[in-house]
Design a protein around this ligand. Structure first.
Ligand SMILES: Nc1ncnc2c1ncn2[C@@H]1O[C@H](COP(=O)(O)OP(=O)(O)OP(=O)(O)O)[C@@H](O)[C@H]1O
Ligand SMILES: [Mg+2]
Length: 364
């Protein structure tokens, strides 16, 4: 439904051109909810605006529903209003002098949809976002979350092949954002629209998306399902940007079937996940909630003797720092039985949660 093929975008600036997007390629299937995730300034909005036609790349190709809308080579650049898209902008704008219904109907009128057909689509879109009862209310008399939903309804009503959403929840307070995130998830199931979604919020990305492309410095670092990126990151940047990660430098000692044996400052560790082809210096990633405290001296594989350095009660969890051979590892557990600082314990790291990444921290 959407193909972005090697696009680069430059902005003119006083100090010369700024490369905001640098060779991004992404393919989104029909009905898929696809998210561009990454830190501020990594090029998410620029990529989305290029798909919409508000920016013109200097290289690459973009096709929507099989139709090429941009091609540097073939000098094609279809204007915004002729692309089959609907967009909600990062700073969504609703028109204060119009009612809720007029806000949603306005782009339809601009596209030549009027009368009965327009009224039907407006009512359906507002129903979908839960604003059916407020259809005649002036747009100024809405809460932030309701305004957000009007912006969303306006995009939905267009019935475009592709929905482009740029941080649609960013202007909401934390509680409302969580509520709207749930509503978006429900909405996406009902709507089944192909969506390109932009956010810097990993929870939003993980909870809403079929697939996520993680971006940095104008490039896609890694693309995969939320669970791929969380449990099996291939890049150190992914491991550290999504969730919390302990990164331990290691050396590949040998392979034994599906398991790779690693030498690490924590002691020998068996990894059954990640870069099977890695050799020499690499990195081991473990997430704090995948480590467990077991009785000292258990001697089982991947069980590392250590000392509790700190224990912090976080309500739902205990968070420990465990000193293992002079290195501190963070560990989180639901366990209600605290271990006091100074206690001698052992930490177990399941091999399938010990992810081998074929990068060293220096190169990273
Ligand atoms: N109009 C512009 N002129 C010059 N540089 C720009 C312009 N718009 C964006 N940039 C630069 O391009 C890069 C990418 O910007 P972009 O807005 O795509 O980032 P983003 O990932 O959407 O960030 P955020 O999460 O903060 O919205 C940034 O370095 C930004 O400073
Ligand atoms: Mg942005």
């Amino acid at each position: 439904m959407l193909e972005i093929d090697g696009i680069s975008v430059e902005y003119r600036a006083d100090a010369g051109p700024v490369r905001a997007v640098d060779g991004v390629s992404v393919a989104v299937a029909k009905g898929e909810f696809f998210t561009l995730l990454g830190p501020s300034g990594c090029g998410k909005t620029t990529t989305l605006r290029s798909v919409a036609g508000f920016e013109t790349p200097i290289a690459g190709r973009i096709a929507i529903a099989g139709r090429v809308v941009y091609s540097a080579e073939r000098r094609i650049a279809v204007p915004v209003h002729k692309r089959d898209i609907a967009m909600v902008f990062q700073s969504y704008a609703i028109w204060p002098h119009m009612s809720v219904a007029e806000n949603v109907a306005f782009p339809l009128a601009a596209a030549g949809v009027r009368g009965q057909e327009a009224r039907g689509r407006v009512a359906r879109a507002l129903e979908l976002v839960g604003l059916g009862a407020l259809i005649d209310r002036p747009a100024t008399q809405l809460s932030g979350g309701q305004q957000q939903r009007v912006a969303l309804a306006r995009a939905i009503a267009k019935d475009a092949s592709l929905l482009l959403l740029d941080e649609p929840l960013s202007n909401l307070d934390a509680q409302l954002r969580e509520q709207m995130r749930g509503e978006l998830a429900a909405l996406r199931a009902r709507l089944g629209a192909t969506t390109l979604y932009v956010t810097h919020d990993q929870e939003e990305a993980l909870s809403l998306s079929d697939r996520v492309a993680l971006m940095r410095d104008g490039r896609v670092v890694e693309c995969g399902t939320p669970q791929d990126l969380y449990y099996r990151p291939k890049r150190l940047f992914t491991a550290q940007f999504i969730g919390r990660a302990e990164i331990v430098p290691c050396t590949v000692a040998r392979r034994d079937g599906r398991t790779t044996l690693l030498e690490t400052p924590l002691g020998p560790i068996a990894s059954a996940c990640g870069a099977a082809g890695a050799a020499g210096a690499a990195s081991l990633m473990i997430r704090p909630e995948h480590l467990t405290i077991v009785p000292a001296g258990s001697g089982a594989p991947n069980t590392l003797p250590g000392t509790v350095a700190s224990a912090v009660f976080l309500g739902r969890l205990f968070e420990y720092e465990i000193d293992i051979g002079g290195r501190r590892l963070k560990l989180q557990t639901l366990s209600a039985q605290p271990h006091a600082p100074g206690a001698r314990v052992a930490v177990h790291a399941p091999p399938e949660r010990c992810v081998l990444i074929d990068e060293t921290t220096e190169r990273h």
